[in-house]
Every structure is written in structure tokens, then in C-alpha cells.
Design a protein around this ligand. Structure first.
Ligand SMILES: Nc1ncnc2c1ncn2[C@@H]1O[C@H](COP(=O)(O)OP(=O)(O)O)[C@@H](O)[C@H]1O
Ligand SMILES: [Mg+2]
Length: 313
């Protein structure tokens, strides 16, 4: 867990956020910190409350309770001041199909009262940033889903926000667009922006995020630095050997290796921590098992996530 520190250092600082829809308690006490210069991932299963929390942080939905500061401004006391620094990309956003790509961005530049003289240069720079320059003057409806998503990112950046909130930005993107999105968010973080990105797809976050906030049933259940996860995780492990029979014999009758299931050329076993896995590998090598592959079967984030959601059942 990160130590809580003064909110001036963070893009978002939220404590004890609650919100019910009628009798449905969507948020039951969420805590989240989004530091400047980092990408923070908001991770949890469907219905965990990610979208509700993001709508509240974006000042589009009022919380029932909680203390929230965005870019140093108390959301309850001064939402206008927070909004100046906030970029928001919803999970589904209306695209104005009849507009051209640059008209679309000009519309939002207007909404954010960007000086008219700055507008054309800003729009060109944003289109370059999201690799859509060649669509200048083209109608929005010619864009693919991934390209529309990138246009959405451009739109959220029009006023150079210091805090950027994105709800499931990678859903429906092809692998190449995901890599580009990751690079874009990383470069924004490198410029000092506080980026918060929600997802229930874990693989893509592993390389994108510096920190992860795990949420479930409307509560924050964990806050970790990505680098710490590998140590905290207890994944299953995939082992292959030139002599699968010898490997199976070496593992036989050893409950400490967990549940062993057969795979072509080897097996999957565990869950084991990294330290336990290292001990097992050393032992197999000492017994002259010709191991050719030994690695985690799932990413660190996925195994922490699976353990978290399992504990809650
Ligand atoms: N406008 C709404 N009216 C009623 N219930 C809602 C509304 N929005 C969300 N919920 C409920 O709140 C919970 C959290 O939803 P949501 O924030 O969308 O989760 P997530 O984005 O993590 O999938 C769910 O149980 C959902 O059904
Ligand atoms: Mg959602």
C-alpha cells in the first residue's frame, strides 16, 4: 500500500466515497490516489463500481459521501475549478457522425473556450498525437472503432488536462491500437499528467500501469505498485521438460507443489510464490530433470486479481 500523503502531490485523492442508486449500493467506501506522472489502473470485475467512481471523479455524478480532491480542488466546494484540469473519456461516447474529424475537435475546443487563434494548431497537434492526421477534413463516420476511440482520447486532451480519466479505453481495440494507446498514456504520464484508466482486461494493463487499485463490490480492496505485484502474487506455473515422465515422477507425492495438471511436454502446478517456485526449480535441476521451460502461467496482476475475487465469494 502507498502511504497517504498530502493531496497537493496527487491528481486525485478520494476517501470513503459512497453512492447508492435507489437501494443498490454501487460504491460502499472507495479510496483512491492517482499521483501525477504515473498511470494508475482501476481494476475490478463488472459491476464493481468503476464507472460510477469515474463519473463522480469527472464531476458528472454526485457522491452520497466522501472526500474528493481533483488537481487540488475539493469537488464539493469547487467542481468548476477541478473541471478546468480534468480530461474525461467515457466508456461509450456519442460520436457526431455528421461532423468532420476537425469539426468534432473544434466543437470541444469551443466548449473548453480555447482561444480561436490557438485552435487550428491545437487540433493538428492532437490529430498527430493520436495518428489521425490524414483524416483531417474527413467525416467521423469513416473512422474505424479503434480510430474513433483515439479521436475520443484527442478530445479528452483538448484543454491540456493535468488529470486524465479514461473508462475502459482499450475495450474493442485491436492489438496495434492497444499498443498505441499504451504508448500515448505512458508519454502523457511522462509529461506529468495523472492518468487513471479503468479496465477488466488485465493483460493490457500490466505494461501500461505503474500502480493498480483493485476494487470489488463497491470497495477498494488493494492498492499496489505494479513492481510489487510479482512478489505478492501466487500464480500457477508452467513447467516443461525434455523428459515429461521424469518431471512427473519428480513431482509425484509432493503436496507442496499444489495441484499438478498435465500439459503437452510437462505440467501446470501451484499456486506458488516466486520464492517457492525458485526453490522447486533448483530442486528439479538438482534431480537432473531436463527442464526447458519454467514460468508463471498467468501475469502477476491476473493472479492477484483472481485471488482477490476468489476470496470474496
Ligand atoms: N444509473 C444506475 N442506476 C442503477 N444502478 C446502477 C446505475 N449505474 C450503476 N449501477 C449499479 O451500480 C453497480 C456498479 O456499476 P458500475 O459502476 O457501472 O460498475 P463497473 O463499471 O465496475 O462495471 C452495479 O451494480 C450497477 O448495476
Ligand atoms: Mg464500467
Amino acid at each position: 500500500m502507498d502511504r497517504p500523503s498530502s493531496s497537493a502531490e496527487h491528481g486525485v485523492e478520494a476517501r470513503g466515497v459512497t453512492r447508492a442508486f435507489g437501494t443498490v449500493p454501487a460504491l460502499r467506501g472507495m479510496d483512491i490516489t492517482v499521483p501525477y506522472g504515473q498511470v494508475t489502473a482501476l481494476v475490478g470485475p463488472n459491476g464493481a463500481g468503476k464507472t460510477t467512481l469515474l463519473l463522480i471523479l469527472a464531476t458528472l455524478l454526485a457522491p452520497d459521501a466522501g472526500h474528493i480532491r481533483v488537481a487540488g480542488h475539493d469537488l464539493r466546494a469547487d467542481p468548476e475549478a477541478a473541471r478546468v484540469h480534468l480530461g474525461w473519456m467515457p466508456d461509450v461516447f456519442g460520436v457526431y457522425d455528421q461532423l468532420t474529424v476537425d469539426e468534432y475537435l473544434a466543437f470541444f475546443a469551443d466548449a473548453y473556450r480555447l482561444p480561436a487563434a490557438e485552435r487550428p494548431r491545437r487540433i493538428r497537434a492532437l490529430l498527430a498525437l493520436v495518428h489521425l492526421e490524414e483524416y483531417l477534413g474527413q467525416p467521423v463516420h469513416v473512422l474505424s472503432r479503434g480510430q474513433k476511440q483515439r479521436l475520443g482520447v484527442a478530445r479528452s486532451l483538448i484543454h491540456k488536462p493535468r488529470v486524465l480519466l479514461l473508462d475502459e479505453p482499450a475495450s474493442g481495440l485491436d492489438p496495434r491500437s492497444r499498443v498505441e494507446l499504451r504508448d500515448l498514456l505512458r508519454s502523457l504520464a511522462a509529461e506529468g499528467v495523472a492518468v487513471l484508466v479503468s479496465s477488466h482486461v488485465l493483460g493490457e494493463l500490466e505494461e501500461m500501469a505503474d500502480r493498480v487499485v483493485l476494487v470489488d463490490h463497491g470497495r477498494t480492496v488493494g492498492e499496489h505498485r505494479m513492481g510489487d505485484l510479482a512478489g505478492a502474487a501466487r500464480p500457477r506455473w508452467r513447467v516443461r521438460a525434455l523428459d515429461p515422465g521424469g518431471l512427473a515422477a519428480a513431482l509425484d507425492g509432493r503436496p507442496e507443489v499444489g495441484e499438478v495438471s498435465e500439459l503437452p511436454g510437462g505440467c501446470e502446478l501451484g499456486p506458488l510464490t516466486e520464492a517457492q517456485a525458485a526453490g522447486l526449480l533448483a530442486d528439479l535441476v538438482a534431480r537432473k530433470v531436463p527442464v526447458v521451460e519454467f514460468g508463471p502461467a498467468t501475469g502477476a496482476l491476473e493472479s492477484v486479481y483472481l485471488a482477490m475475487t476468489e476470496n470474496r465469494r
